[in-house]
Design a protein around this ligand. Structure first.
Ligand SMILES: [Zn+2]
Ligand SMILES: [Zn+2]
Length: 142
């Protein structure tokens, strides 16, 4: 059991959901998957080991993982929601190739002051931040 499994269990019991093995299987496969996985990709991975899990269960569980801070939903402009691990991870920016969909991550801690100034000026308290850059990767340019 990882900390993420404890968090999930706590969330499920606090919200009156059943603590099912399926949800933990989904979490396991999610934690071992690569970066930025879509619900379809996660479902396909799950089918290898856990044939019985339906797509809607995967989709709903990703929603739960997002609500309890284990996952973060990211969107790279192609209409496909993707999920990445969020627990104990610093916020980061993404750079996305508009041709092949390749993504890189980069550190945005240097933007902290900029973020604070912009929010202060508008009278907001920051609750989240997204930073995405679109372009063509080296391979797609050649
Ligand atoms: Zn590319
Ligand atoms: Zn990311």
């Amino acid at each position: 059991m990882t900390a993420e499994h404890d968090i999930l269990d706590e969330y499920l019991s606090n919200h009156g959901f059943k603590k099912t093995k399926q949800r933990h299987d989904i979490l396991d496969v999610f934690l071992n998957s690569g970066r930025h996985i879509s619900a379809y990709e996660l479902h396909a991975l799950l089918q290898r080991k856990h044939r019985g899990i339906g797509f809607s269960t995967v989709y709903r569980t990703l929603g739960i993982l997002t609500k309890c801070g284990i996952a973060n939903e990211v969107n790279f402009g192609d209409g496909q929601a993707r999920f990445e691990k969020a627990f104990k991870r610093e916020a980061h920016g993404h750079i996305i190739c508009t041709k092949c969909g390749k993504t890189e991550e980069f550190d945005i801690s240097s933007l902290a002051e900029f973020k604070k100034q912009a929010a202060d000026k508008a009278g907001y308290v920051v609750s989240g931040c997204r930073f995405e850059i679109y372009g063509l990767c080296q391979k797609c340019r050649s």
